[in-house]
Design a protein around this ligand. Structure first.
Ligand SMILES: [Zn+2]
Length: 326
């Protein structure tokens, strides 16, 4: 049997799933914490894979990982959310360990592709997908093609520069939209404001979470409300820029922070309207939540691995990452 192992590496969890041919329902599944700021992420990944590895019959592994990465070499360049992986040869290492072909692509690109093929973006030719969680990732479908770029590094939408004097971003630069609107950025802002003397029902500290802040906002905590208003404001500026570049017919939002709903999206939409340079971009623009949830990355990693194993895949995914279509 020709089994496929698909992996989705996130800032908070690593997920591994095993698929039979022609099926998108996994026969085995493992989820483990990535503990991305602590050493040993690679060992935890290998353990997670081994825990579901079938006795025989695996033909390929496909991985969705946060970028920037080099899909040609299978190397993670320097992903802000997993600090110990710098120029890390992920696919060569795994391929040696497990003895099968391994391929890799950017998790947000792959989730965007999955939303386009199977999810909220079906039927659209120009789509911007944004996932807001530990970081902010993006995937763009332009004129019916995944935008990959010369180096496979296109659509790093979270690292769009909003304010060069802004807060530090996970990547080491300042003022990227991720540094204003990701989960950790919202938490950091609230912590800083409390420490500066702002009144709040929340307690400052390292364990404060976006979910707690959202709960406090719903109960009327003005600092918590303003934290999401601020995130939405900057997100609106970034997305106004994406509209000017990509002119999409649909914006799809994934990731845990997107689940807060109006707390973020009301100020976001106000800001988007204010900062979009021409109102025509907003005509018939759909703004919607991702339909596939956490499974998007896995679904696409599975499609990618099938391709590496020479199996049939959905028509939109005809080429391996970094390779031009014939
Ligand atoms: Zn950045």
């Amino acid at each position: 049997m020709s089994l496929i192992v698909a992996i989705d590496i996130g800032g908070t969890h690593i997920r591994v799933a095993v698929y039979e041919p022609d099926s998108i329902v996994p026969i085995a599944h493992e989820r483990t914490r990535s503990l991305a700021n602590q050493p040993g992420v690679y060992d935890r990944l290998v353990q997670a894979i081994e825990s579901v590895w079938p006795k025989e019959g695996v033909s390929a592994i496909g991985i969705a990982s946060p970028g920037p990465l080099d899909p040609h070499k299978g190397e993670i360049l320097a992903t802000p959310n997993i600090p110990e992986w710098k120029n890390f040869p992920l696919t060569p290492k795994l391929s040696r360990h497990f003895g099968v072909p391994v391929c890799l692509d950017n998790d947000a690109n792959m989730a965007g592709l999955a939303e386009w093929q199977y999810g909220a973006g079906k039927g659209h030719n120009d789509l911007v997908y944004l996932t807001i969680s530990t970081g902010i990732g993006g995937g763009v479908i332009s004129n019916g093609h995944l935008l990959q770029g010369f180096r496979g590094m296109a659509a790093e939408l979270g690292h769009m520069l909003i304010d060069p004097n802004g807060p530090p971003c996970g990547c080491g630069h300042r003022g990227h939209v991720e540094s204003f609107a990701s989960g950790p950025s919202i938490v950091r802002y609230v912590n800083e404001q409390i420490q500066a003397g702002e009144k709040s029902s929340l307690l400052a500290g390292p364990n404060l979470s976006p979910v707690q802040i959202a709960d406090a906002a719903r109960e009327g905590d003005s600092l918590a409300i303003s934290a999401f208003e601020r995130a939405g404001f900057y997100l609106g500026i970034a997305v106004a820029n994406y509209l000017a570049i990509f002119d999409p017919s649909i914006l799809i939002f994934g990731g845990g922070v997107s689940q807060v709903g109006d707390l973020l999206f009301k100020p976001f939409e106000d800001s988007l309207r204010k900062h979009t340079f021409h109102p025509h971009y907003l005509d018939d623009l759909m703004i919607t939540k991702a339909a596939l949830g956490d499974d998007a990355g896995l679904l696409e990693a599975q499609a990618l691995a099938r391709l590496a194993a020479g199996q049939e895949v959905a028509p939109q995914r005809r080429h391996l990452p970094g390779k031009k279509e014939e």
